[in-house]
Ligand binder design. Structure first.
Ligand code: GDP
Length: 415
């Protein structure tokens, strides 16, 4: 039996990237896959682009997200990016993808600010209580205004943005970002932080005053939204960087604060700190409430399933895709228990027996066969015959139905 510990689960982030069309969702996703990709280190080559110089060429657009969930890793954490069809209005598909993720990155265009479609997906994410961080993209564009976008997050979305970075320069003078809190402080070794590819900069002298002011504001805002931080604040104790990051994390997960970062995905600035923030602030499957389902045949009889690899197995099928090599692939989120390849399970929504064939984790440029999948993980499985999206897969001895017949389901944990 493959084992996965709670520690492993704490290192998982299931996230979506949501944006108004053209804000840069695709570019940001590509850059994330680039920076997290084993094969994408600068100087190395990857399939089909032997002479690729990432920083200059356009052909990099070939690396794009084509599967319903793509797995990558950052700072020893596993990040599953679930494709969130953010460019359409209210649909079951959007709702379903929001349901299987634990946190999200909302990408905004620094020139256009908060656009109508950003509002639509933001409200949908509110319905599902999805914690969010914001990325103000396109800081290199003429007319980019970081603070205007932050103000719009307040006025249009009614959210409480927490500025955790300041832009250094703007438009063609955009040089990078200034971290007001060390998101990577706990996570990056000093050496890695100095790595060539890392594009966060030390605070330049002429920006130091503004940064200090914003840093004070940040500490105050976190204290207003987090009891532990408030205690320190009242005692006049300066929080350590570790305490501050933990406070921001709690407030983000509870949905009261939305950390805001900025950069330009297109010019590869700010994407690595964004990855740091995903790891530092967004929840793991252990940080979100247990999922509630119901007994087979009775929607009144509620059943809770905790994200525990040792619980009875339950999973939700959220997307069916045809893979050109593998045929029908069913993407599932495992909510509880552990499933191994080759086991028999039941589709408890349809009352049909199913057999899990091979289990895969899908990466940007390869797929990886896994012997098993445990609570909190998102994988693609082969071999399911009768399963369609929205169906629950269960341990035959202990069944549950996770999605009601009249999905979109009521909100479980709106902040
Ligand atoms: P999506 O519709 O949200 O997926 O947006 P895309 O990622 O396809 O980007 C839309 C357009 O904006 C493309 O032409 C990108 O090259 C461009 N773009 C994306 N990010 C940036 C950026 O940071 N700066 C600038 N100037 N252009 C960008």
């Amino acid at each position: 039996m493959a084992t996965i510990s709670a520690l492993d689960l704490a290192m998982v982030r299931n996230i979506g990237i949501m944006a108004h069309i053209d804000a840069g969702k695709t570019t940001t996703t590509e850059r994330i896959l680039f920076y997290t990709g084993i094969n994408y280190k600068i100087g190395e080559v990857h399939e089909g682009a032997a002479t690729m110089d990432w920083m200059e060429q356009e052909q990099e657009r070939g690396i794009t997200i084509t599967s319903a969930a793509t797995t990558c890793s950052w700072l020893d954490h596993t990040i599953n990016i679930i494709d969130t069809p953010g460019h359409v209005d209210f649909t079951v598909e959007v709702e379903r993808s929001l349901r299987v993720l634990d946190g999200a990155v909302a990408v905004f265009d620094a020139v256009a600010g908060v656009e109508p479609q950003s509002e639509t997906v933001w409200r949908q994410a509110d319905r599902y209580g999805v914690p969010r961080i914001c990325f103000v993209n396109k800081m290199d564009r003429v007319g980019a205004e970081f603070h205007r976008c932050v103000d719009m997050i307040v006025s249009r979305l009614g959210a409480t943005p927490l500025v955790v970075q300041l832009p250094w320069g703007v438009e063609s003078d955009f040089k990078g970002v200034i971290d007001l809190v060390k998101m990577k402080g706990l996570l990056w070794s000093a050496e890695a932080a100095k790595g060539e590819m890392y594009d966060t900069v030390d605070i330049p002298a002429d920006h130091a005053d503004a940064a200090r002011e914003w840093r004070d504001k940040l500490v105050e805002t976190v204290a207003e939204h987090d009891d532990e931080m408030m205690e320190l604040f009242l005692e006049g104790v300066e929080p350590t960087e570790e305490q501050l990051v933990a406070g921001i994390r709690r407030a983000t997960i509870s949905g009261t604060l939305n950390p805001v970062l900025c950069g330009t995905a297109f010019k590869n600035k700010g994407v690595q700190p964004l990855l740091d923030a995903i790891v530092a602030f967004l929840p793991s499957p252990l940080d979100v409430p247990a999922i509630e389902g119901h007994a087979v045949g009775s929607e009144e009889q509620k059943i809770e399933r905790a994200a525990d690899p040792k619980e009875s197995f339950s999973a939700l099928a959220f997307k069916i895709m045809a893979d050109q090599h593998l045929g029908k692939l069913t993407y599932i989120r495992v909510y509880s228990g552990t499933i191994e390849a080759g086991t028999s399970i039941v589709n408890s929504t349809k009352g049909k027996k199913e057999r899990i064939g091979k289990i895969y984790q899908m990466h940007a440029n390869k797929r990886e066969e896994r012997p098993s999948a445990a609570a909190g993980q998102i994988v693609a499985v082969m071999g399911l015959k009768d399963t369609t999206t929205g169906d629950t897969l269960s341990d035959p001895a202990n069944q549950v139905v996770l999605e009601s017949m009249n999905f979109p389901a009521p909100v479980m944990n709106v902040a």
